[in-house]
Write a protein that binds this ligand. Structure first.
Ligand code: PLP
Length: 217
């Protein structure tokens, strides 16, 4: 396999300037993250709190850590201090807890709201109605230490490109219809569908296996 550093360099060449590459390093060892770092990569994504908190202290402090997976309310306290962006906020309870921990740390935490756009019921995310309810709650000013930066979504895991495209397109549409001045991030696209995601307006792609190789659990 090619080195991770080389994969990063090749990937970056293909990306438009307005798209941020988050290197998804879940299950991958520290040495491979250092390899990516040496190629200039600074945004890394993990989906498990425990794995993230184990990696943070042994890696360079200027890495921007993205928590991309489902986050349980009782685990927010472990990452509040260090996380750059939480991608998968899917309930008002979670938003309230993130705000509480942000207040404790005297900081603001940036988040994305995850929308459920895929066919699979097992995927997480808000419905459109839940999104509007959550934004109405936020508009009352009750989460002052949380900054909503945009939306995140995962398309159906399928070969059907038209379906993937239509799911990304609907998320983009919702993003455009809902965004405030603070919103600048639309996180969509993974190893298998990032090209479609960028064509449909993604500003942040989350790439794991195409950079680091297949994952072995
Ligand atoms: C694992 C994961 C990715 C990366 O998946 P690849 O197919 O390996 O690129 C992206 N987003 C989320 C939320 C993930 O859990």
């Amino acid at each position: 396999m090619k080195s991770v550093a080389k994969n990063i360099a090749e990937f970056k060449k293909q990306l438009p300037d307005h798209v941020t590459l988050v290197a998804v390093s879940k299950t991958k060892p520290v040495a491979l993250i250092e390899d990516a770092y040496s190629a200039g990569q600074r945004d890394f994504g993990e989906n498990k709190v425990q794995e993230l908190t184990a990696k943070i202290p042994v890696l360079p402090a200027d890495i921007r850590w993205h928590l991309i997976g489902h986050l349980q309310t009782n685990k927010v306290k472990y990452i509040a201090d260090a996380v750059h962006l939480i991608h998968a906020v899917d309930s008002e309870n979670l938003l309230a807890e993130i705000n509480k921990q942000a207040v404790k740390h005297n900081k603001t935490i940036s988040v994305l709201l995850q929308l459920h756009i895929a066919k699979e019921e097992t995927k997480f995310g808000l419905s459109e109605q839940e999104l509007h309810d959550l934004l109405n709650a936020q508009a009352k000013g009750i989460f002052p230490n949380v900054k909503i930066k945009g939306l995140m979504g995962m398309a159906t895991n399928t070969e059907d490109e038209q379906l993937i495209r239509s799911e990304f397109r609907s998320l983009r549409k919702l993003f455009e219809a809902t965004k405030t001045n603070e919103w600048d991030t639309l996180s969509m696209g993974m190893s298998s569908d990032w090209k479609i995601a960028i064509e449909e307006g993604s500003t942040m792609i989350r790439i794991g296996s195409a950079l680091f190789g297949e994952r072995h659990y």
